[in-house]
Write a protein that binds this ligand. Structure first.
Ligand code: CP
Ligand code: NVA
Length: 300
């Protein structure tokens, strides 16, 4: 495993290995035990899009592992070609993290850099998010994901695609509950269905989609880069707001998950965000631990 571009490129054992290491690093962090597994190493952190969680957790994470992060706010491909950026960084750093619009740019970085490349969100995928989320899901629902159903309510976007990729490897059932026209990338779903052990369903019906759900997940209606579509999307997604009534359609002990940032009053209400079933801030914490596991594995 050289890079983490997509969970579709990982084996089930590799994913489970990352999750177990994330648990171990979380325990060490909480116990105050040093774990300087990447002493003296550097991570280049490329951001084309805004970030709170990803930026802080990668920078803090590499520091806690004994290394340092170097922030690069840029638009790839403008000042110089993406392969040249990769060739330069390769001479200096031990790992490259990139948050880009074009998914192809992350693939190109990985192709031209010998250093490991970590996808920190593209228009297509967000694998680090789903590793942290799965760590949180295991903490709240146990390590046996087999019988669990996650209902993803909202847009078939980058976060949903990465859930689909995870469900192709681990036996989790994922149902997308979305308005018509927002079902996501059919090729990603078809490829995952070909090997998935669990069910990967898509429905437009909230009652059907949320029935027996153990986790209800949502994300913003307009992702970064889709701001111009906000008005159209608000109209289409309004019936799919995760509020108390929607949570009541899932199992009584279902958890509520959100990758954040949350747009309170749009895709989720305060009642749900601030309610006892919300584990969004556990997910956010786990970004730190899961990404430390990814860095320690790829850059060690
Ligand atoms: N969830 C997530 O990736 O958050 P940021 O956009 O703040 O990094
Ligand atoms: N789908 C969202 C996720 C943000 C973490 C976006 O791409 O903006």
């Amino acid at each position: 495993m050289k890079d983490l571009i997509s969970l579709a490129d990982c084996t089930a054992d590799q994913i489970l290995g990352l999750l177990d290491l994330a648990d171990e690093l979380k325990a060490k962090q909480h116990a105050g035990e040093p774990h300087r597994m990447l002493a003296g190493k550097s991570l280049a952190m490329i951001f084309e899009k805004p970030s709170l969680r990803t930026r802080v957790t990668f920078q803090t994470g590499i520091f806690q592992l004994g290394g340092q992060g170097v922030l690069i706010d840029t638009t790839l491909g403008k000042r110089e070609s993406v392969p040249d950026v990769a060739r330069n960084l390769d001479r200096w750093v031990d790992g490259i993290m990139a948050r880009t619009f074009s998914h192809h740019h992350v693939i190109e970085l990985a192709e031209y850099a010998e250093a490991p490349v970590i996808n920190a969100l593209t228009d297509l995928l967000h694998p680090c998010q789903i590793l942290a989320d799965t760590q949180a899901l295991r903490e709240h629902k146990g390590h046996d994901l087999d019988s669990l159903k996650l209902a993803f309510v909202g847009d078939g976007n980058n976060v949903y695609h990465s859930w689909v990729n995870l469900a192709a490897k681990l036996p989790l059932n994922v149902t997308l509950v979305c308005p018509e026209g927002y079902e996501g990338d059919g090729a990603i779903l078809a490829a995952a269905r070909a090997t998935a052990k669990g069910r990967l369903d898509v429905t437009h019906d909230l009652e059907e989609g949320l029935r027996d759900a153990d986790a209800v997940y949502t994300d913003v209606w307009a992702s970064m880069g889709q701001e111009e579509e906000t008005a159209v999307r608000e109209k289409a997604f309004a019936p799919y707001q995760v509020n108390g009534a929607v949570m009541a359609l899932a199992k009584p002990d279902a958890v509520f998950m959100h990758c954040l940032p949350a747009h309170r009053g749009s895709e989720v209400t305060d009642e749900v965000m601030d309610g006892p079933r919300c584990i969004a801030f556990d997910e956010a914490e786990n970004r730190l631990h899961a990404q430390k596991a990814v860095m320690a594995t790829l850059m060690g």
